[in-house]
Design a protein around this ligand. Structure first.
Ligand SMILES: NC(=O)c1ccc[n+]([C@@H]2O[C@H](COP(=O)([O-])OP(=O)(O)OC[C@H]3O[C@@H](n4cnc5c(N)ncnc54)[C@H](OP(=O)(O)O)[C@@H]3O)[C@@H](O)[C@H]2O)c1
Length: 244
């Protein structure tokens, strides 16, 4: 075990919180994302505060052809990979403009799958490793207000379930993190119900514990598991008439 953590989407509010949790516990980090300048500042702050090694790696999930090269550029692949990348997008625009729909699908599904496939194959070969990926309750049932984002997350949730099933006997742990609302840049300006909204710190702590305890599926705030159970039980003949 090399005790280090690869964080994809490291500029996310939740990822930053998680990076600090791991650094505090003396794990070395590799911060991956699209903005090297921001990652460099974050990496420097973490190194100064916690005296751990913290590197950064340029990764654009939309640029699928670059993923192998990005991973190959690492001196050593960390034993734990956490993915916080995602893009809510503009649903109204996406139903009219394929470019926005593609960005939603690629950032939340195919880009993540491409990158995690490479990591998963490496972990399988070495017979160890942990993968945690943030999906969303939006993937549990399609709603008219965000079914493009929701369908990409639904695909991601199914992918993670299959990956866990494939790698469980190979010593590789895969956890699906399925949060409800989180108070972050992604939901800025939205009127979120407070009791159903987690803070980035709450989600980051849930990810840390889920990896440590080798959980399979985590909903972060417990009530979301029940809310989604009820939502999934609504008959389609009623559900299609709801303004959701
Ligand atoms: N906020 C919520 O209510 C909520 C609810 C359920 C699930 N989630 C999921 O939780 C995760 C974290 O979201 P958040 O709320 O912390 O959102 P956020 O602050 O907007 O973070 C999204 C992250 O994804 C990165 N990203 C976007 N496009 C990318 C690309 N092409 N390549 C690489 N990275 C890319 C962003 O990087 P840049 O800084 O470069 O844009 C950012 O680091 C996401 O998977 C999200 O879907 C969020």
């Amino acid at each position: 075990m090399n005790n280090s953590i690869l964080i994809i989407g490291a500029t996310s509010d939740v990822a930053r919180s998680c990076a600090y949790i791991y650094a505090q516990k003396q794990h070395n980090l590799v911060l991956a994302g699209r903005k090297p300048d921001e990652l460099q500042v974050l990496a420097k702050d973490i190194t100064i505060r916690y005296d751990v090694s913290c590197d950064y790696l340029k990764v654009d999930l939309m640029d699928i052809g670059s993923h192998t090269k990005a991973i190959d550029s690492l001196a050593e692949i960390p034993d734990t990979t956490l993915c916080f990348a995602g893009y809510l997008g503009n649903h109204e625009l996406a139903i009219k403009d394929w470019r926005e729909a593609e960005r939603i699908i690629q950032t939340n599904y195919s880009g993540v799958v491409s990158f995690i496939n490479l990591i998963a194959n490496h972990y399988e070969a070495q017979g160890q490793g942990s993968i945690a990926v943030l999906s969303s309750v939006a993937g549990e049932r399609g709603r008219q207000s965000n079914y493009l984002y929701g369908s990409a997350k639904a695909g991601l949730t199914a992918y993670l379930s299959g990956l866990r099933n494939r790698l469980a006997s190979k010593g590789v742990h895969v956890v699906s993190v399925i949060p409800g609302f989180i108070d972050t840049r992604m939901t800025e300006g939205l009127d979120l119900p407070k009791p159903l909204t987690a803070s980035p710190q709450q989600v980051a702590t849930a990810v840390f514990k889920a990896v440590k305890k080798k959980k399979n599926v985590v909903y972060v705030l417990w009530m979301w598991r029940f809310i989604m159970l009820i939502i999934k039980l609504i008959p389609e003949s009623i559900f299609k008439r709801l303004k959701l």
